[in-house]
Design a protein around this ligand. Structure first.
Ligand SMILES: C[S@@+](CC[C@H](N)C(=O)[O-])C[C@H]1O[C@@H](n2cnc3c(N)ncnc32)[C@H](O)[C@@H]1O
Length: 230
């Protein structure tokens, strides 16, 4: 049964080839991420894309950028890639690629100074203190993000989880990352900041917002405009 499920997943992924970066293509990705797109453009990366709603909406709203949506769980990524194919077949710009990958491997997947912006949306909260290091905003992950972003590169983080948000702010501070934007209620925030007006929602965000829960957002600069040789 399990084998049949896997085979079915492989067939589904094959049908998504135009929007996929396959695990066999990791070396090419590390050498030249822009080679996966029709034209080079500022590269944005979503980590933990789930079913891909946010990445699809962002890629359509920003044809001037290229996007990679990364997800650790392969059958979830399969759903995201299928949504990406539907989007592509709807004559949207060909600027979005999907890959199954774990954020822990980022530095083996993307070259230094290759990503303009990283998005973390409703990352797993890992509430137990003993699992703190698994949170995608824990300092060791922030160091990985710093290694792959361009000078001036940003991290945009959204969550419904206040505990994870407070933890994340403390990690940003401990790493000395300047906070560019913060709200604890994104959908009732009167700001005309582009982080608010340009917000695209995720599947989880729609669900939590419909349940009346406030959405927290923070944006930090991961690396100074002037590189210090990192
Ligand atoms: C709670 S879901 C949120 C999905 C989507 N971002 C949304 O907002 O609707 C978190 C997603 O992150 C993925 N994820 C968790 N840890 C990851 C990691 N280390 N690398 C890549 N993806 C990860 C999970 O598999 C899951 O699909």
């Amino acid at each position: 049964m399990r084998m049949r499920h896997k085979k079915h997943e492989q067939e589904r992924l094959l049908a998504c080839s135009p929007v996929l970066i396959r695990s066999e293509e990791k070396e090419r990705l590390l050498a030249d991420p822009q080679s996966f797109f029709p034209a080079p453009a500022p590269l944005h990366l979503e980590i933990g894309c789930g079913k891909g709603q946010f990445a699809c909406k962002m890629a359509s709203a920003h044809p001037e950028c290229n996007f990679i949506a990364m997800e650790r769980v392969s059958n979830v990524l399969c759903n995201a890639a299928e949504n990406g194919m539907t989007r592509l077949n709807g004559h949207n710009p060909d600027n979005l690629r999907f890959m199954t990958a774990n954020a822990t491997d980022l530095c083996e997947l993307l070259p230094p100074s290759s990503v303009e912006r990283i998005y973390l949306n409703f990352s797993d909260p890992w509430p137990k203190a003993k699992h703190e290091r698994r949170r995608l905003t824990a300092a060791p992950f922030l160091s990985l993000y710093r290694a792959i972003v361009v000078p001036g590169g940003l991290l945009q983080f959204k969550t419904d989880n206040e505990g994870l948000f407070d933890f994340s702010l403390s990690q940003f501070e401990s790493m000395g990352l300047p906070l560019l934007f913060l709200t604890r209620d994104l959908h009732r925030c009167p700001s005309d900041s582009p982080f608010v007006t340009g917000n695209q929602t995720t599947e989880y965000e729609d669900k939590f917002t419909a349940a009346g829960m406030p959405i927290h957002m923070a944006v930090v600069r991961l690396k100074d405009e002037v590189s210090h040789g990192e």
